[in-house]
Ligand binder design. Sequence first.
Ligand code: ZN
Length: 203
Amino acid sequence: MMATTHALAGVVLGTAVWALVPEAGMLPVLAAALGGLFPDFDLYAGHRKTLHFPVYFSALAAPAVAVAALNPTTTTLAVALFLAAAALHSASDVLGGGLELKPWLGTSERAVYDHWNGRWLAPKRLIRYDGAPEDLALTLAFAVPPVLVFDGLAETLVIAAVAVSGVYVLLRKPMVAIAETAVDAMPDHVVDYMPERFVRDFR
Ligand SMILES: [Zn+2]
């Protein structure tokens, strides 16, 4: 799934919590969005392994949610939502496609790494690949609650995330074709600096 889909999934959690505890303000909602985004910061270094922890994020989120439920402050809610959204992201990556550059071909058996069991989880491909039409449908669905509930900057950011997703969906396949042509045209000493994962799939 797209990073924006994950971020908005976090925002849906944040919106639900905001509806229950509006006095905590918008910081927990922001933390939820960042938690949803966070695992994908490993895109260039061990993607879906370095910062994706389907088991550990969940193990951390459970006590954090318990603390926030007993003592709902801006801080406890922000911490709990960040961890819950990061756990949701890591766990739900298994529902998407594999790690290959053309995940729509469905050749990779690696969806997300489970550090607890020391193995890759296989992709279930309910969302065939990141940037698939069904991924965009999910993004749109996740955008509905926050757009209905929030005004101003929060609403604008959610709509911007949907717009970015729309552009990404349009460019997802052409981007790979362009990158393939570019890598083919590059001299070897430049290719040496590219992440191994990209080059391996291209050459
Ligand atoms: Zn991810």
